[in-house]
Design a protein around this ligand. Structure first.
Ligand SMILES: NC(=O)c1ccc[n+]([C@@H]2O[C@H](COP(=O)([O-])OP(=O)(O)OC[C@H]3O[C@@H](n4cnc5c(N)ncnc54)[C@H](O)[C@@H]3O)[C@@H](O)[C@H]2O)c1
Length: 299
């Protein structure tokens, strides 16, 4: 089994002062990466700032013989984080978009500021970091990007409308970046992790929090960032030592007669077939998706 190493690779890990990001940063540093440890050091709800969060992780990487530098900017100033990588190490190879906060409220109690803040940190923040790193990755014909989604985005979760929106948006972004990056050897994947951290300790019993160690998510993330990995456009659920890949499934559907026209009653009549997943297909691209639609266009 060949060892996964990151010698001469420069990695930005956002929100690397705690939880999952810290586990990635320590492991990457131990495996030869030059790590930009980004963390604003605020609360789990997005208030405040503290340089200690990033500093502690940088110190730990250096104490173990690794190379790391701290950055304290918010991901919403992503260009500054990329600039830290360029100033310190001259390039950027890997970006792990991990920084995150929560503003959980049921939708009827949610205020616009709860929506905007979650959008800003998760979506706009990941956009800002990646958009600043992207030209450098294109230029050098190399890049590995990870986005962090959540089961809340994939399946929905009570009290997390804003978070669900942001987390699945990142998967959408990653799908197009995977297409645009492929020719330049820029591979892009998304994980939906589950781990014990300050974000989950309020909703899970301590025993479960302790068992869901961030170190059990780290190996998949490092594998996807490996220069030998050719995976791109994937969405993975991962936690507690289990990991698996998600794909879309679509029923065979029905084709109704556009020339004769069709009514809501006919849609109703066809409902069982529209919803029947027997022999379902698994479209992987817009081309796959459009197939049955285009073939029903009468020339
Ligand atoms: N823990 C889980 O079970 C779980 C589940 C699904 C998704 N996630 C996602 O995984 C990521 C990491 O979560 P975690 O559980 O390790 O949380 P965490 O709170 O332990 O770590 C997140 C880090 O991000 C930093 N951060 C927050 N806003 C920032 C900003 N604007 N700029 C820079 N840094 C910022 C925080 O200071 C913190 O150190 C998040 O994106 C989270 O939404 C976690």
């Amino acid at each position: 089994m060949s060892e996964v190493r990151f010698d001469n690779r420069v990695a930005i890990i956002t929100g690397a002062g705690n939880g999952l990001g810290k586990a990635y940063a320590l492991a990457m540093g131990a495996r030869g990466a030059k790590v930009v440890v980004n963390d604003l050091g605020g609360s789990a709800f997005g208030d405040g700032a503290d340089k200690a969060a990033a500093d502690v992780v940088v110190d730990e990487i250096r104490a173990a013989g690794g190379d790391a530098v701290a950055n304290y900017d918010s991901v919403t100033d992503g260009e500054k984080i990329v600039q830290t990588a360029l100033d310190s190490y001259g390039k950027i190879d890997i970006v792990i978009n991990n920084a995150g906060i929560l503003r959980d409220k049921t939708f009827h109690k949610m205020e616009e500021k709860d929506w905007d803040l979650i959008y800003d940190v998760h979506v706009r923040g990941a956009f800002k970091v990646c958009h600043a790193a992207w030209p450098h990755m294109r230029e050098q014909n190399y890049g590995r990007l990870i986005f962090t989604a959540s089961a809340a985005g994939i399946y929905g979760n009570f009290g997390q409308a804003n978070y669900s929106m942001a987390k699945l948006a990142l998967h959408g972004l990653s799908q197009t970046l995977a297409l645009e990056g492929r020719k330049r050897n820029i591979f892009v994947n998304t994980i939906a992790p589950i781990a014990g951290s300050r974000l989950t300790e309020t909703v899970m019993p301590q025993k479960v929090v302790d068992a869901l160690r961030p170190e059990f998510v780290m190996p998949l993330v490092l594998k996807l960032c490996d220069e030998n990995s050719v995976e791109t456009g994937g969405l993975y659920e991962v936690g507690a030592g289990w990991m698996g890949k998600i794909r879309l499934e679509r029923t065979l559907g029905v084709t109704l007669d556009t020339e004769a026209g069709f009514s809501p009653e006919q849609v109703n009549e066809a409902w069982d077939k529209i919803s029947d997943f027997t022999d379902a297909s698994h479209p992987r691209s817009i081309g796959d998706s459009m197939g049955p639609i285009m073939s029903n266009i009468k020339s």
